[in-house]
Design a protein around this ligand. Structure first.
Ligand SMILES: CC(C)(COP(=O)(O)OP(=O)(O)OC[C@H]1O[C@@H](n2cnc3c(N)ncnc32)[C@H](O)[C@@H]1OP(=O)(O)O)[C@@H](O)C(=O)NCCC(=O)NCCS
Length: 201
């Protein structure tokens, strides 16, 4: 699907109209990003994790917290993702795109970056839990090859909703290396269509 630049700019009312591409940078989040992380958490989840929880992630050697930001935008962090690296497993705990910038390919760019980083760290498989009602996220994970392995009943305490447990296997196989190359092309294409220019993904 190709989206015109005009459509993109109408979605960015507060951004400068003279810029035709918005540079998008991937960064390892640090203490200095805490307030932006909390802002994004509130915008996407209504306050899922506390400052202390994110602080623990930032302090943990097993936790990788990545963010996407564009220096030209008023929103400091447009997307973030987190995974725990435990033995050969990458457990994805957070994936979020600022509501103002959803459906422009940032979610898949973030997921790609998490998987690529996990792959570089030697992860054999990736897993996560997702609400059964979260069709947008489920569809994204399926697009990336995740398969449903089970269901945790009443996993989410706020509304007793079930979680689907998803897995992506064989991440160190030569086939997955090819898949990463294909996913990279897919990610770049989609972002280009929405006038994001990738700096370091
Ligand atoms: C889930 C989320 C990260 C997707 O991010 P996004 O930037 O909007 O997604 P993208 O534009 O990269 O879309 C990639 C794919 O995701 C799926 N998708 C995204 N939004 C969707 C929607 N509203 N309905 C159905 N599928 C959707 C599609 O498979 C899409 O691929 P396609 O466009 O080729 O069909 C985003 O909606 C979000 O932050 N939601 C709130 C937080 C959340 O639920 N996180 C997941 C917790 S497990």
């Amino acid at each position: 699907m190709s989206i015109s630049v005009g459509k993109f700019l109408t979605n960015h009312k507060t951004e400068p109209k003279s810029v035709s591409k918005f540079p998008l940078e991937l960064k390892l989040l640090t203490q200095a990003d805490l307030s932006s992380i909390l802002e994004l958490d509130r915008a996407c989840f209504g306050g899922l994790w506390t400052l202390e929880s994110y602080q623990r992630e930032l302090d943990s050697a097993n936790s990788v917290l990545l963010g996407l930001h564009s220096p030209l935008l008023p929103v400091k962090l447009v997307a973030m993702g987190c995974f725990w690296s435990i033995l050969e497993e990458a457990h994805i705990t957070i994936l979020a795109v600022h509501p103002r910038y959803q459906r422009q390919g940032l979610g898949q760019a973030m997921l790609y970056s998490l998987l690529k980083t996990a792959w570089e760290r030697g992860s054999e498989r990736a897993t996560l839990e997702v609400r059964v009602s979260n069709q947008a996220a489920i569809s994204l994970y399926q697009k990336f090859g995740f398969k449903t392995a089970g269901r945790r009943r009443r996993y989410y305490k706020d509304n007793n909703e079930d979680a689907l447990i998803l897995w992506l296997e064989k991440m160190q196989s030569p086939k997955f290396q090819q898949i990463l190359v294909q996913l990279h092309a897919l990610v770049c294409d989609r972002l280009n269509n929405f006038c994001w220019s990738l700096v370091n993904i």
